[in-house]
Design a protein. Sequence first.
Length: 366
Amino acid sequence: MKLRNCLLLTMLLSFILVAVACRQEKATWRGTISEENGVTIIKNPAKPMYTEQVLTLAKELTVGGAGTGGDAAFSSLEGFDIDEDENIFILSAKDAAVFVYDRSGMFMRKFGRRGQGPGELLTPAAISIRADRVMISDLARKISFFSLSGDFINSFSVGQYLLLGTSLDARGNIYGLEAGMSGDNPAFKLLKFDQEMKLKGELARYLVPEPQKGLDPFMSSPFFQIGPDNTVIFSRPESYIFEYYDDNGKLIRQVKKAYKPVRITDEEKNEMKQKLPSHQGSRFAYHPGCERFVCSDEGWLLVQTFEKSPEGYYIFDIFDEQGRFLTRIPLPGEPKIWKKGKLYCREEDEAGFQLLVRYSLKSKLE
């Protein structure tokens, strides 16, 4: 009997050790880190460290839609940001105004109006908040600054630059993604300006592939975000690469991930033809490696892929502050902000109105 019990105990311990070993193996990062010309290069495999769900997502708040205070039935929610008190600033292109809500979703105030004068907005495209300033970029080639209470401070012309996206860093520097030319090649340039929109330099450049074949709605385009310590993160979506630049504009890190290309479906092509009747078809057979991304206040990345969940949601890859590919999560909307453990997404209701939805995002690994 004792021998039998010993055998059973030995088998049980062996099973536990194997189970623990398997779990540890599953959670082992299998990427590589190297140094090339002073740049740290992190290469990730196609599979994440954790294949099971290690993040929980819980809806906390919805702003927008019928019945929302401040006349905020947003048909064009262009962007949003939050201040240090987690008050929510929503930029509505249709209203050419900013709607402000407290952290519980109660309407507080509205500022801005359509026009071309001081404190007025014509075609607002992006909003960014740092410290006590609100910056709004306008496709009419103007940058305007307001206080958190909505008082107009000043504005600057962006001159010859066509900026598709802008953001402020903690020191007041302005970054913008310019659409322009590099010789005969259409290009996107990541530019850095001072507080008065005087150009300080170019950080990165992305050349449009095969420009001789014309523009294509399925063509990839880069994005950028301001990360911790004033680092600037620039994406190269066609090859799934993220470049990190320090406060002096020096490239210091690259984060890469292997991926399997996702084919552009006939359904997607037909939808594009409905949106753009002049579209005659794409020269691309596959989507780029990734799409938009969000950087958290702790340096984590949330990257949209072109893979979809069974529910039809896009799947997002999550990287930690070290650039390691941790896990994946499907999301119903477009994440725009990830701060203080909260994820702020742009979504759409059944009536076609755009909503801001806030989720709490917690890790089971803590």
